[in-house]
Design a binder for this molecule. Structure first.
Ligand code: AP5
Ligand code: MG
Length: 223
């Protein structure tokens, strides 16, 4: 199975990605996590990406398309994958289509901006794995400590309020057109079109997971 998770910063893409990858036994390809790993390793892409990410802006389409092309060619992607954070612009979506990647479903997670700001300000992450917590709604077992490894949790640099507002602004301008792009394609009679699943991303993490699973099951039955 190949999936795309579509949603604003903080909508819960990373949180839900963990359940989907477990259920379908596929890797999660989070472009944000890949870029943060490149920044830590100080690779050329990382050096280039750091300033852009810290400003809350998007890394160039050219760099991102190249990264994805290389990533999905790896062996662990042969039975499918989940794209979390890609595509994020129309040119990226066109590039994916040009690569003849057959996507089974696009899952949109829709959350209001006020709730997003609450979620992001309480987010804490385990840097190495990308595991995500929230100080109120999904706290770690021990304050500030990753459950699995015992490493300290950190707050992302781009999670400051001003940067989050900028990211949301850019999402509305550059990424939200993908909703119409994919839902119109899904409604067309093109047999290669992915299915489109819309999920209202409010409620508990488990409720949202169950909604996504049941919508995907329903999609599978009709296709
Ligand atoms: P990326 O890392 O992808 O950031 P993002 O899209 O801004 O998304 P987030 O990771 O912030 O949010 P999320 O939806 O994963 O939410 P999460 O599950 O963590 O990208 C970072 C940057 O890299 C971009 O700004 C850009 O510069 C660059 N980049 C990446 N891809 C690119 C591309 N394709 N093109 C160009 N540039 C690119 O949840 C958020 C919080 O809410 C957590 O604390 C979580 O515990 C909590 N939470 C989740 N669900 C719930 C719930 N149901 N109830 C309460 N709390 C919840
Ligand atoms: Mg994420």
């Amino acid at each position: 199975m190949r999936f795309i998770l579509l949603g604003a910063p903080g909508a819960g893409k990373g949180t839900q990605a963990k359940y989907l990858t477990e259920r379908y036994a596929i890797p999660q390809i989070s472009t944000g996590d890949m870029l943060r790993a490149a920044i830590s390793a100080k690779t050329p892409v990382g050096v280039l990406a750091k300033e852009v990410i810290d400003r809350g802006e998007l890394v160039s389409d050219e760099v991102m398309i190249g990264l994805i092309q290389d990533r999905i060619a790896l062996d662990d992607c042969k039975d499918g994958y989940l794209l979390d954070g890609f595509p994020r612009t129309l040119p990226q979506a066109h590039a994916l289509r040009d690569m003849q990647v057959r996507v089974d479903a696009v899952v949109e997670i829709d959350v209001e901006h006020s709730e997003i700001i609450r979620r992001i300000s309480g987010r804490r992450v385990h840097e190495e794995s990308g595991r995500t917590y929230h100080i109120e709604s999904k706290p770690p077992l021990k304050d500030g400590i990753d459950d699995a490894t015992g490493d300290p949790l950190v707050q992302r640099e781009d999670d400051r309020e001003e940067t989050v507002k900028r990211r949301l602004d850019i999402y509305e301008k550059q990424t939200s057109p993908l909703k119409a792009y994919y839902s119109e394609w899904a409604a067309s009679d093109d047999a290669a079109a992915p299915g489109y699943v819309y999920i209202k991303g409010v409620g508990s993490v488990d409720d949202i997971r169950d909604k996504i699973f049941s919508e995907l099951d329903a999609l599978n039955k009709t296709s």
